[in-house]
Design a protein around this ligand. Structure first.
Ligand SMILES: [Zn+2]
Length: 258
C-alpha cells in the first residue's frame, strides 16, 4: 500500500459522512474530452464559448444542437474507469456519501453511485429552451448524423420551444437547488475528497474551501498542484482512477483490521 493510500485510510478512519467533489480530471481518464481540448476535428474551428451559451443557441440553434448531439454520443461511448467503481464501493464504508460533480457526463450515475449532485447539469438530459420542460432523449437517436454540422433541434411537445441540452451554459447561473444541496452536504460531512478539480471556478470551488475552513480532513487527488493543495490534510499527486482504486482497497484493509 502506498503511503498516500495509507494516510488517506487513516484520515477517513473515523468518518461516517463523506462528500466526494469531482471535476474534469475525473472524467478525462474515461475518454471524455474535457471542455478545453474537445474542440477537435469537425468542431476545431469553433470556440466552445461561442457554442455553449444561450445567445449562441438563439443565433445558431442547429449548429449548437449538432455539437451537443456529437458530445452526447461521445459520452455514451465512454466507459466509467476503475475510479468510478471504487467510489461506488466506498458507499458501503460510510453511513452517508454524496458525490458532488462539476462534470456533465453523467458517468457517476452510470457507474452506479447512489447519490450524485450534478452542479452543471447533464449532457444526458434535454429540456426545452423557454420553459425547461423535460424532453425524452430517446427520441434523439434518429436525429444523429455522423459529421453533421447542423441538426435542427426538435420542438417541445408542450410549448413548441426548441430542445436544448440540460447543462449550464456560459452566462447562466448554477442550479440553485443543487448548489444549496451540495453546500449542505459539505457543511455536514466528516471528510471531503476533492478529485480532479483545480477548485478555481466559483461558486462551485467555494465548496472545497468550506471543507478546509471547517477543519475536517480534506484529501485532494490531482495530477497537478492546485490553490487548494497547501491547505489540505493530504495532497495526493495521482490520476483519479489509480488513486481511488488504491484508496478503496486501503479502506477495505482498514475495515478488516478494525
Ligand atoms: Zn416546453
Amino acid at each position: 500500500m502506498s503511503p498516500n493510500a495509507a494516510r488517506s485510510a487513516e484520515l477517513l478512519h473515523d468518518a461516517r459522512h463523506l462528500v466526494v467533489f469531482t471535476g474534469s480530471g475525473m472524467s478525462q481518464e474515461s475518454g471524455v474530452p474535457t471542455f478545453r481540448d474537445e474542440a477537435t476535428g469537425l468542431w476545431a474551428r469553433f470556440d466552445p464559448e461561442e457554442l455553449a451559451a444561450p445567445d449562441a443557441f438563439r443565433r445558431h440553434p442547429a449548429r449548437v444542437f449538432a455539437w451537443y448531439l456529437w458530445r452526447w454520443r461521445a459520452i455514451r461511448d465512454a466507459v466509467p474507469h476503475a475510479g468510478y467503481r471504487a467510489l461506488v464501493e466506498l458507499e458501503t464504508r460510510f453511513d452517508r456519501m454524496t458525490v458532488v460533480t462539476q462534470n456533465v457526463d453523467g458517468l457517476h450515475a452510470r457507474a452506479g453511485s447512489g447519490s450524485v449532485i450534478e452542479l452543471h447539469g447533464s449532457l444526458a438530459a434535454f429540456r426545452c429552451f423557454d420553459a425547461g420542460h423535460p424532453y425524452d432523449a430517446r427520441h434523439l437517436d434518429g436525429l444523429v448524423r455522423a459529421g453533421a454540422e447542423e441538426i435542427e433541434p426538435p420542438r417541445c411537445d408542450r410549448c413548441g420551444s426548441p430542445i436544448r441540452p440540460a447543462v449550464v451554459w456560459f452566462g447562466e447561473p448554477l442550479p440553485w437547488e443543487q448548489l444549496e444541496a451540495a453546500r449542505a452536504e459539505v457543511e455536514a460531512c466528516d471528510a471531503l475528497l476533492v478529485v480532479g478539480t483545480a477548485a478555481l471556478v466559483y461558486p462551485a470551488a467555494d465548496l472545497a474551501w468550506v471543507g478546509v475552513t471547517r477543519g475536517i480532513p480534506v484529501i485532494e487527488i490531482n495530477l497537478r498542484p492546485t490553490p487548494l493543495s497547501s491547505h489540505v490534510a493530504l495532497a495526493w499527486r495521482a490520476g483519479a482512477g489509480a488513486a481511488l482504486s488504491e484508496l478503496a482497497s486501503a479502506l477495505r484493509a482498514d475495515l478488516s483490521v478494525s
